[in-house]
Design a protein around this ligand. Structure first.
Ligand SMILES: [Zn+2]
Length: 340
């Protein structure tokens, strides 16, 4: 084989080896083995060659062509195997990799306490109802014996949405709505929800907070029922050893009215910072439904009596979880919320 062919073979083999993809290999094939390729050009020289040389050169050329075809076939297989391996490794799962942990959601402390409180009352046979957050003056004030001269009706204290419409300042209007809707006793409901007041925000005040209203109306309902219900509630929420104290108070929509306190959850009654050395913590307001309120809702106060109570959900949450600033419940700081 002459030098020229040796050089051609070396170039062709190097080009085949260097091909890194099928399309590159195809280009090399065209360059050397194609119709107008290097081998073809050598074939064309055959007819000008002396007869004596032609046979040997032709043979050498054919052998070379065969070797180059084999080399490209081999290279093609190699490239295909390489591509397959690459595909397999890209698609394979590495089961030794640590798993990805999805962050789990959790309930806001207010929602947890809301559920806890309603669960206690559901277990005692109460229904849970909700009322509108936008109320009329009748439901929010007048039907509850809060007449226009009452200080609680000062416009400075309420968010008015125009004439005769306001964001409810308490959950008590639900009492009236429920009695109207039911038409006749027995009524045994709790109504949790948001309420709104124009309070400046500080550690113990927020313009939006949560209450749960309770109402029981039937024949012969007495203060004894009220006391038993709220004592049972206090023990369920704050613990078996908690004592309850009932003291006279005044609310326009109940008569008589009482303020309910629990024995201090920190000191048990000895006196500490939380209970301001009194041993007691005021927790809710309650009373026997005022006859006029029953009348306003269409119930006959001569036939029926009832008791009502209002509990601050935020206050219970703060006591239960030792939260000393109500603003923490509304700022949605994850560092705070993650603790629950
Ligand atoms: Zn105390």
């Amino acid at each position: 084989m002459n030098e020229e062919l040796e050089k051609l073979e070396a170039n062709a083999v190097a080009a085949i080896q260097a091909a890194d993809s099928n399309s590159e290999l195809q280009d090399v094939k065209v360059r050397f083995l194609g119709k107008k390729g290097e081998i073809g050009k050598q074939m064309a020289t055959l007819k000008e060659m002396p007869h004596s040389q032609r046979k040997a050169f032709g043979k050498a050329l054919n052998e070379l062509k065969g070797r180059l075809i084999n080399a490209t076939e081999e290279k093609k297989k190699e490239l295909e195997e390489k591509a397959l391996k690459k595909k397999i490794s890209a698609e394979s799962l590495d089961i030794t990799l640590p798993g990805f942990r999805f962050p789990t959601g959790r309930l806001h402390p207010l929602t947890r306490v809301w559920h806890e409180i309603t669960d206690v009352f559901i277990a005692m046979g109460f229904d849970v109802v909700e009322g509108p957050e936008i109320e009329t003056e009748w439901y929010n004030f007048e039907a509850l014996n809060l007449h226009s001269e009452h200080p609680a009706r000062d416009e400075q204290d309420s968010f008015y949405l125009g004439e005769n419409r306001l964001l409810r300042t308490q959950t008590s209007p639900v009492q009236i709505r429920v009695m109207e809707k039911m038409g006749a006793p027995p009524v045994q409901i709790v109504a949790p929800g948001r309420v709104f007041r124009r309070d400046a925000t500080d550690a113990s005040h927020s313009p939006v907070f949560h209450q749960i209203e309770g109402l029981v109306v039937d024949k012969d309902i007495t203060m004894g029922h009220l006391k038993a219900t709220l004592e049972a509630f206090n023990k369920e929420i704050f613990g078996k050893d908690i004592l309850s104290r009932f003291r006279p108070d005044y609310f326009p929509f109940t008569e008589p009215s009482c303020e309910v306190a629990i024995s201090c959850i920190i000191c048990g009654g000895e006196g500490c910072g939380l209970c301001k050395r009194t041993g007691w913590i005021e927790i809710l307001g309650a009373g026997m439904v005022h006859p006029q309120v029953l009348k306003n809702a269409g119930f006959d106060p001569k036939k029926y009596s009832g008791f009502a109570f209002g509990i601050g959900i935020d206050r219970v949450a703060m006591l239960k979880y030792s939260i000393d600033d109500i603003r923490l419940l509304y700022e949605n700081d994850m560092r705070f919320l993650k603790q629950f």
